[in-house]
Design a protein around this ligand. Structure first.
Ligand code: NAD
Length: 519
């Protein structure tokens, strides 16, 4: 074990202890937050490696089915308590809860940076998002008005938006704090109890967040975090009878399994899945902006972002110039240790992802694609940085049917494809099984709206990329999933409409059928 690894382990252990995730047996932290208590898992050991060095970091135990059982029980009880409060009181408590993060932001960011391998400055930004999401949804607690429907009978008919009860949530490793808060906040604002399973690769930050929040006045057990593997802890959650709705953020492959598990119990799901988003640069675009946008679109978070602009579509007469400029900008990105303030791009999060991405690049090379820049470990990494680093990679001379142009890479890899005209750009952009996001760069406003309107993507940016806010709905088409998160649409996913009929005539008259016009 080298010095850096020892340092990372020590730093992680210090942070875990600081957050009360007591280390039971040397290096096995309590990794579940259930019914207001920290609990160890009961399943097999899960070993985490340090993304920055590839060496052992820490191990913890898979939660297992019994822990899930306890979590669902706790959430069921707490949800009744939560709904017994007035809506305004729930909002006040959510606001008070999120204030409990104050003073812990930097430690939370450091914890995530070590475990997820993300640049510390990105992690600080993510902590800020947690706060923003809770504050936004706290405001919705007492604004979930129902409707009065002008039915053609003597009834008063009103509609309430009621919570499901207990919802099950499953999140991935690429933005663990963001996705945790993104789904927790609307779920409890809508009146639900929650059992959330983070990715087995980034287990701790969700526990810390839940624990801090509950200390701010949320009922014990309203938010439960169970950590473990998909096929064990995850499957116990999706198959549990006490769960009335499933919300999943992750890959299309796992998303199918979650939707199937839900369907077997007739439980609805929301799926926030992957993407292969098209970033379209027209000949009349402001090129400096388009190049900066293309770079941010794919290389932020080392491309491990669902909305990554992984297909750069460039109008043919500008193709070579834009590819050259994006390649040059890519080669200047500061790749380095996640904890360094100057690092713009860290390693990939795990060995499996690194293998997958490098193999996809190799297959693209074998199929005749040209690596404009990157495609290998970056030069000039610090001596101890033996982890899963890959240089920002730009690939050209790609056929649109190649794997690298069709499949989600989920790494810092962009393919550049030329197009001839507007119709060609739209055809290429939509020639994908995904439909998460897309962008259009042009100075012609009419064209911008025309093209945006024809993209089959849940989010479209015009002369921008990655602008995302909790106020605005987010989600996909096709293999990018269904349902929406954020905004009022995201809140509504956590409620069901209940229609209440009140007879207002002096005497009740209940119809036997539709024939007498009373029903
Ligand atoms: P993944 O699908 O491998 O895992 C996601 C989660 O599902 C993990 O918690 C995992 O343990 C769990 N899981 C896996 N199999 C399961 C099963 N059978 N039952 C229950 N749970 C199971 O995804 P990942 O590799 O962690 O994340 C990367 C993917 O997530 C990419 O495709 C990315 O685009 C997508 N993503 C989408 C969004 C979005 O909002 N659309 C956001 C972030 C990431």
């Amino acid at each position: 074990m080298n010095a850096l690894s020892t340092q990372a382990q020590q730093s992680l252990q210090r942070l875990l202890t600081q957050f009360g995730l007591s280390l039971e047996t040397g290096d096995t932290p309590c990794s579940n937050w259930i019914g207001g208590e920290l609990m160890a898992g009961q399943g097999d050991a899960i070993e985490l490696t340090n993304p920055a060095t590839g060496e052992a970091l820490v191990s913890y135990r898979d939660a297992g089915a019994e822990r899930v059982e306890r979590a669902v029980e706790a959430a069921t009880q707490a949800q009744t308590e939560w709904m017994a409060l007035t809506a305004s009181e729930r909002g006040r408590r959510m606001n008070a809860a999120v204030r409990r993060l104050e003073g812990h932001e930097e430690a939370l960011a450091q914890l995530e940076s070590v475990v997820a391998g993300k640049p510390i400055r990105d992690c600080r930004g993510e902590v800020g998002k947690v706060r923003e999401m809770f504050e936004y949804y706290a405001g919705w607690c007492d604004k979930q008005h129902g409707d009065v429907i002008p039915v053609p009978t003597s009834h008063l008919n009103y509609v309430r938006h009621v919570p499901f009860g207990v919802v099950g949530q499953i999140t991935p490793w690429n933005a663990p704090m963001f996705t945790c808060a993104w789904q927790l906040a609307p779920a409890i604002a809508a009146g639900n109890g929650v059992v959330l399973k983070p990715s087995e690769l980034t287990p701790f930050s969700s526990v810390v967040i839940a624990r801090l929040l509950e200390g701010g006045g949320l009922p014990k057990g309203l938010i439960n975090i169970v950590n473990g593997l998909g096929p064990t802890t995850g499957a116990a959650l999706t198959g549990h009878d006490g769960i009335s709705k499933l919300v999943f953020v992750g890959s299309p492959e796992s998303g199918r399994l979650i939707a199937e598990a839900g369907a077997r119990r007739l439980v609805p799901s929301v799926l926030e899945l992957g993407g292969k988003s098209a970033n379209i640069v027209f000949g009349d675009a402001k090129l400096d902006d388009a190049v900066a946008g293309a770079q941010a679109a794919i290389f932020a978070a080392a491309g491990q972002s669902c909305v990554a602009g992984s297909r750069l579509l460039i109008q043919r007469d500008l193709f070579d110039a834009v590819v050259e400029r994006v390649g040059r900008a890519a080669s200047q990105i500061a790749v380095g240790l996640p904890g360094e303030e100057t690092t713009q791009m860290g390693p990939l999060q795990n060995a499996q992802q690194f293998e997958r991405v490098t193999q996809m690049i190799q297959r693209a090379r074998d199929a005749g694609a040209r690596i404009v820049t990157g495609g290998k470990r970056p030069d000039n990494l610090p001596a101890d940085a033996d982890g899963y680093y890959l240089a920002p990679t730009v690939i050209a001379d790609v056929d649109a049917s190649m794997e690298i142009a069709c499949e989600e890479v989920f790494g810092p890899v962009v393919v550049a494809l030329p197009f001839d005209d507007e119709a060609d750009a739209i055809r290429l952009a939509n020639a994908t099984r995904f439909g998460l996001a897309g962008a259009v760069w042009t100075q012609d406003p009419a064209r911008a709206h025309r093209v945006a309107g024809q993209l089959r993507a849940g989010t479209v940016w015009i002369n921008s990329y990655k602008a995302i806010n909790v106020m605005s709905p987010f989600g996909g088409f096709r293999d990018s999933g269904f349902g929406r998160s954020s905004g009022l649409d995201g809140l509504r996913e956590y409620t069901v409409a209940q229609s209440v009929w009140v007879e207002t005539a002096p005497e009740a008259s209940v119809a036997m059928g539709y024939g007498d016009g009373k029903a």
